[in-house]
Structure formats: C-alpha cells, structure tokens
Design a protein around this ligand. Structure first.
Ligand SMILES: NC(=O)c1ccc[n+]([C@@H]2O[C@H](COP(=O)([O-])OP(=O)(O)OC[C@H]3O[C@@H](n4cnc5c(N)ncnc54)[C@H](OP(=O)(O)O)[C@@H]3O)[C@@H](O)[C@H]2O)c1
Length: 282
C-alpha cells in the first residue's frame, strides 16, 4: 500500500479525485477540527469517485511543532512505508503573529512545519524504495530574500514573508537533495502556476477582488494547477532526479525563475542548521 499525505482543498483535492487515488492509500491532512467536516466530505467524494477506500483524514497544524510531532509519531507507528510526501499547505497575506511555541505563524506554516514533518518522516521514506518528497513553492520565490537570522519573522512584511517562505521551500529542497545522496529518496520543488484557489483569503478585499476577477479570466483551474505536483510525485522522467525546480511539468533549473540565493550552498546549509534549532529537531 502506498501513502500520500497531503494537505488542503485547493490544489491537492483535485489530485486525489483522479486516477492516482485508485491504487494509493491517501492521508487527507487538515488543519483543525473545524476543517474536519470539509475534509471528510472531500474524502467521501474521493472514495466514491475512485473506488479507493484507503483514504483517511488526519489533523495536523503545521504552525505548531507539537502537532507536527504528534502526526509524525502516529503515522510512523501505523504505517510501514511512505512513498510520496507532498508539502503543499501554505498561508499568505498574514499579519505577523507569534504562535504559543514562539514561532512566527507564516514561517512556521509555510516552511518550519514542513521542514520538521519531512525530517520526522525521513527514516520511513528511506525504508521505502524510490520514495519522493515534493515541495510546492511559487514563482514569487524570485522576489524573496532570506537570511539565516530572520527565519522567525525578525524581518517581516506581509507580501515579503510569503516570498521568503517560498524561496525557503526551494533552498530546503536543494539542501535535502544533497543530504539524500546515496539513498533512493528524491525531492523536487515546483511552481504550480497561478491557480484559482483560496490562497488570497487573508489579503485585503481591495487587492483580492481584482485578483479574483483576473483569476476567472486567466488563472488555471485547480485541476490544471495540480498537474506539476502530480508530475513531480509520479512521473518516471524524474526517477533518480533530485533537487530540481519545475513549472508546467518541465525542468526549470538554472533559469531566471529561481532566486540566485537558492544556489548558495553555504547559505542553504546554514539555514538548515538554524531550522533544526528553531524546530528543536536535532
Ligand atoms: N494558488 C496559486 O496561484 C499558487 C501560486 C503559486 C504557489 N501556490 C502554492 O500552492 C500551495 C497550495 O496553495 P493553494 O493555492 O491551494 O491555497 P489554499 O486553497 O489556501 O490551500 C492551502 C491549504 O493550506 C492549508 N493550511 C493553511 N494553514 C495550515 C496549517 N497551519 N497547517 C496545515 N495546513 C494549513 C489550508 O488548510 P485549511 O483549509 O484546513 O485551513 C489550505 O487548505 C501553496 O504552497 C502555495 O504557496 C499557489
């Protein structure tokens, strides 16, 4: 049995409605008990349309490291393998907020939570042949500018923080790929395109509405937006390829669409070390 833990209604709901769910066990991970009802409804649809009954709802709050640890602990107790991990969840447009654990909410949700989750599931993935970790980033990583001493919101702006966390997703992928050399686990990151989802729910209405109108005309549907994630998760073209960045199901390594900082190996390494300290994972 294969498991695909993922998150969200937007881009990933669609992936699971389709044929890939037929042979896979799927964990539909949702943020809070409040979201459970929506997640259960989505699972029901997935089960009905695919015939696959191995679909489960689990609660994980990526902004809270205790929640991430609890999820990983339960998962590793219950499961013997993990083939595909998709780190898809993110927030944007949030004001600076500190969590009860002293982490900044957007950094924790978009980057530190997925960092910790991946590390906690890594032993299981190493035991699973050719497993894959897919990190959903964004083209706006190009506008990001990160430093190892600002990973907890020390430098904060509403838009800038989203850009920075999306760059961190790429830097994480690259450092992870280096650490995974010699194993059969691979990792990749991607920009899904501009997609009609709920991602802009937290930004002011006067910015959101023009985007929504533009979205109706020009943005991808969720189904279209999910394709590059699916490609990274299952395409045979990517067998053995690790650390690369994709858009529209094509390799965009070493193009202008990635910030140069992503190629600074020293910085990626240092950011990894600080992330371990912030998430208390070492
Ligand atoms: N939409 C685009 O145009 C676009 C463009 C580039 C990149 N992306 C990337 O695509 C990915 C998916 O975003 P989307 O567009 O599908 O947005 P979305 O519709 O807002 O979905 C994001 C999901 O993240 C979940 N989430 C938020 N906070 C969380 C937390 N603390 N713990 C666990 N889950 C949490 C939300 O869960 P709940 O519903 O339970 O709150 C939501 O379902 C993101 O990484 C985003 O950066 C999107």
């Amino acid at each position: 049995m294969h498991y695909l833990p993922f998150k969200g209604d937007g881009l990933f709901h669609v992936d699971c409605d389709h044929k890939y769910s037929i042979t896979c066990g799927i964990y539909y991970c949702t943020t809070t008990e409040g979201s459970r009802e929506r997640a259960e409804a989505a699972c029901k649809t997935i089960k009905e349309t695919s015939g696959n009954q191995n679909v489960f709802v689990k609660i994980i709050d990526l902004s809270i490291m205790a929640s991430v640890r609890k999820f990983a602990e339960d998962f590793t107790k219950e499961e013997k393998r993990l083939d595909i991990l998709v780190n898809n969840a993110a927030v944007s447009g949030m004001k600076k907020t500190m969590t009860e654990e002293g982490l900044e909410y957007s950094y924790a949700t978009n980057y530190l939570g997925p960092f910790l989750l991946t590390n906690l599931l890594l032993d299981l993935m190493k035991k699973t042949p050719n497993s894959r970790i897919v990190n959903v980033s964004s083209i706006v990583n190009m506008f990001g500018s990160v430093s190892f001493d600002t990973l907890n919101g020390e430098k904060y702006s509403i838009a800038g923080t989203y850009y920075d966390t999306k760059l961190l997703n790429i830097m994480f992928t690259k450092e992870l790929a280096r650490k995974l050399q010699g194993t059969s686990v691979t990792t990749s990151c991607l920009h899904p395109g501009s997609v009609r989802t709920e991602l802009l729910r937290n930004i002011p209405v006067f910015v959101r509405v023009p985007f929504q109108i533009m979205g109706l005309l020009f943005f991808k549907t969720c189904e279209e937006g999910a394709q590059t994630t699916i490609y990274c998760a299952i395409s045979e073209d990517l067998q053995g390829v690790s650390g690369h960045y994709y858009m529209d199901c094509k390799d965009y390594e070493n193009t202008i669409w990635i910030s140069k900082q992503a190629y600074d190996e020293g910085l990626c390494k240092k950011i990894w070390e600080v992330s371990e300290r912030l998430t208390e994972s070492k």
